[in-house]
Design a protein around this ligand. Sequence first.
Ligand code: GDP
Length: 461
Amino acid sequence: MKYSNPQWDDNIVALATPPGVGAIGVIRLSGPLAIEIVNGLFPSKDLAAQASHTAHVGLLKEGGHAIDEVVVTLFKAPRSYTGENVVEISGHGSPYVLQQIIDACIRGGARLARPGEFTQRAFLQGKLDLAQAEAVADLIAANTAASQKNALHNIRGGFSAELKALREQLITFSALIELELDFSQEDVEFADRSQLYHLVSGAIERVSKLAHSFQLGNVIKNGVSVAIVGKPNAGKSTLLNTLLNENRAIVSEIAGTTRDTIEELLNIDGILFRFIDTAGIREHTTDAIESIGVERSLEKMRQADVVLYLFDATAMPPAELLANKEEFDRNGFRYLMVGNQVDKGEEAVMRERYAASTPLIFISAKQGIHIEVLKERLVDMVLQGQVSTEDTIVTNARHYHALQEMLSSLQDIRSGLDNKIPGDLLALDIRRSLHYLGEITGEVSNEDLLDYIFSKFCIGK
Ligand code: GDP
């Protein structure tokens, strides 16, 4: 859908690469005069006469003063990211030089872009829908393979395609009902009730699946929080160090998470795990006598998505382990019980001894035995019973809430059909669900519905 917005015909400029010194820095301009503005600074060639999607090397000069030798890449409207004329200037990566280029562009008629403005323009020009535009932000913030893959899937329209299919279903449904209303005096039933029922049930299934994927989506975006708990000397800090040595995630900050605890971030198979309250684990050695009872750790375990209970498999009384397990079950925790120090004994003997508390895994944090098994289990716990990672996964809370509203209006439609409520009331519920769908993609319009009715049904009266 093309939005016309006259305020958007000015020209914007911004640094597209991170601030600081790099080998190169890229400055991006977008707007109807983007090419002309750069052309005024590029004496060696007439950029306006060049084809789209071409790159040109030359000196950037302002009033006879050379600023930098650069590569200018041209993207002519509408074949550009924003749908407008776009120019990218790759300069040498000195912040001073890059700032001079930006200043020259501003004197040439551009203004500094606001945050997200390039993507916002892409949306306004109909290049991306809202869900895709939001996925761009997610991709920029992606810090694991899974979040990258999901964001990319959505930028390329994965989620939007799913919504489009849903929208078509609902519009068909709505069109049938509206048509029936038009002919109400004639007592015609165009809208076969069982067909409608089938349609709405299909939509409910789709929407619930999408809404359900949010749990995993959230995990992919924000990470899974894990609490390592267990008695002193079980080997918690040893395990943490072993895991961190291989898997420490390179993450500066996770958007939308409050950090009131010390966390260590691990990237296991593309999923981000946040090991919470690790300061407590590292400090414990000062007070080895103190027994950290299960109650004391309950609060920490409640905060976590997953509890990793570590015990010394050469010292833990089996009855105590079983009592802990029952406590976890009572509290509804998702937990993994891990016997440590397997290197000090026979695994088979340990397995036998603690058989009442299975499932269990046995590792040696110190010797690195079965650490791979532990990691696999952690990943399994996240993906367990969830949609496959090939599916569309909802990671955005705004989308999730809109989907939930949709689901509730779809359920209203279905119960309306069950109770044989009049068509005009059904139509209202359908519009409500279409409204929430449109909120996700950024297109809330009743014209589509009208267009559909006229194009598909050719009423002609
Ligand atoms: P925490 O109190 O649970 O954090 O336990 P630590 O990680 O500090 O470990 C307590 C002691 O057990 C240390 O001396 C560790 O070297 C030792 N330890 C930890 N894991 C293992 C293991 O898998 N095998 C052996 N043999 N010793 C271990």
